[in-house]
Design a protein around this ligand. Structure first.
Ligand SMILES: Cc1cc2nc3c(=O)[nH]c(=O)nc-3n(C[C@H](O)[C@H](O)[C@H](O)COP(=O)(O)OP(=O)(O)OC[C@H]3O[C@@H](n4cnc5c(N)ncnc54)[C@H](O)[C@@H]3O)c2cc1C
Length: 401
């Protein structure tokens, strides 16, 4: 593997940096720094549009469907610079998740209907996988779809559906065969459902940080054209697994964690009013931070090693679980350390920072949004497949235990 970046890669990095510098409005950056999950919907859409117009919206898609044709290393550089620039995170449900399912398994009509609006950001999506009682054990899902002429009639409930209250469409796993003699995975189908269809009801779940981005989605006699099914009936598990494989790409979050370390150093170096010293003078604190910095370097190298393998045409499978575990543990550890370093200042920062239009903040800049981020990202080790389940995957499929 060639982990070092060559001059062409460095030139590419300069191009990406120059684009972000020129096109990323200061207030988008500020919002993303304050509370990344609270970037306004219209701003997210505007940023999506800017990337679409630049032709950079879907680096992982094949060129024929609107991808960039970048090498794995260029994709890595782009993601790193994206995070470093504090560019707002865009929803992954369309471009990252359902788009690849549609261009891989969809009919020509489904491709014609959905791919362009996904790329342009005109239509947004949410993910209807989890149900009460079906999370890690997803195959136990119970939402039913019963065939009636050219439609399915869908009844049931999804939960933890991120951004369902903004989404235009949902991709949902539904049960189309409940025969107890068959494996549960063999009775699942993958449907594309317009959220405006009568019988779709979205109810909010407020998360621990006080924000609303999670929901419950109820389906009551919702009629979905059979033409909206991806692939074959009862083969939905295959497409669902393909989609989950894409969910774990780009999850290491190296650039974001590097920025966090810079923040923590800034806070720790500041003089404290109580005893006149700085937290930075405490060797135990520095040791904790250095431990994360070392882990982050190891993570970056692991990420680059996998990219090298991908560039050599090898498939990355279960190994991506390592990136998910390490990336989220480092992220959560650094969030905790930042909150610790800020001490009493954490609460006033939050009160101010959640008012996104306010221009005034309490305390120095590096603390903004720290508590919000800390609380919100407790979920990072749960969503996208819990870290315990990722460990199971590594045990079975990487270590062969
Ligand atoms: C912020 C957030 C956003 C989300 N967004 C979406 C979304 O948009 N769409 C969607 O469909 N879902 C979404 N989810 C749901 C998410 O995918 C599930 O929460 C996750 O898969 C875990 O399922 P569960 O919550 O039912 O927990 P459970 O599966 O009940 O797990 C409970 C605990 O048991 C452990 N456990 C379970 N099975 C095993 C095992 N085999 N071995 C070891 N330990 C195990 C888990 O690790 C966990 O600690 C979101 C969740 C969160 C928190």
């Amino acid at each position: 593997m060639d982990a070092a970046f060559n001059p062409a890669d460095e030139a590419f990095r300069d191009e990406v940096r120059a684009f972000f510098k020129a096109k990323l409005p200061e207030h988008f950056k500020r919002q993303a720094q304050l509370a990344p999950s609270y970037v306004k919907k219209e701003d997210t859409r505007a940023w999506h549009r800017a990337l679409y117009e630049q032709g950079w919206i879907a680096p992982r898609w094949p060129v024929e469907y609107g991808g960039t044709g970048w090498t794995p290393t260029q994709k890595h550089i782009y993601e790193e610079e994206y995070q470093r620039a504090y560019a707002p995170r865009l929803s992954s449900f369309g471009i990252g998740l359902v788009g690849p399912v549609i261009f891989t398994f969809g009919t020509p009509e489904q491709k014609a209907q959905h791919l362009k609006p996904i790329l342009s950001g005109e239509i947004t999506w949410c993910q209807g996988y989890s149900e009460p009682g079906a999370g890690s054990d997803l195959a136990s899902l119970k939402t039913r779809a019963v065939r009636d002429g050219d439609d399915y009639v869908v009844n049931g409930q999804k939960i933890w559906t991120s951004h369902a209250h903004h989404a235009d469409w949902i991709f949902a796993l539904v049960r189309t065969d409940s025969d107890p003699a068959k494996k549960r995975q063999e009775g699942i189908s993958f449907l594309l459902i317009d959220m405006k269809t009568p019988g779709v009801d979205v109810r909010p779940i407020i998360s621990i940080d006080g924000g609303h981005y999670l929901n419950e989605v109820f389906f009551t006699d919702v009629r979905v054209p059979v033409a909206n099914r991806i692939g074959e009936e009862n083969k939905g598990w295959t497409y669902a697994k393909f989609l989950l494989g894409n969910e774990r790409t780009g999850i290491a979050g190296v650039g974001k964690s590097r920025r966090k370390i810079e923040k923590i150093v800034g806070v720790a170096r500041a003089e404290r009013s109580d005893d006149g010293g700085a937290l930075w003078d405490d060797p135990a604190f520095r040791a904790r931070l250095m431990e994360y910095a070392t882990k982050l370097t190891a993570l970056e190298n692991t990420n680059l090693r996998m990219l090298g393998r991908e560039a050599a045409g090898k498939k990355i499978g279960a190994e991506a679980s390592m990136l998910k575990i390490a990336g989220t543990e480092i992220e959560q550890g650094l969030n905790e350390l930042l909150v610790f370093a800020l001490g009493n200042y954490v609460q006033p920062y939050e009160r101010e920072s959640l008012r996104l239009d306010a221009n005034e903040f309490v305390g120095p800049d590096h603390g903004r949004g720290a508590m919000t981020e800390h609380l919100l990202r407790r979920a990072a080790s749960i969503y996208g497949g819990t870290n315990e389940v990722q460990r199971d995957i590594i045990a079975k499929r990487v270590l062969g235990l």
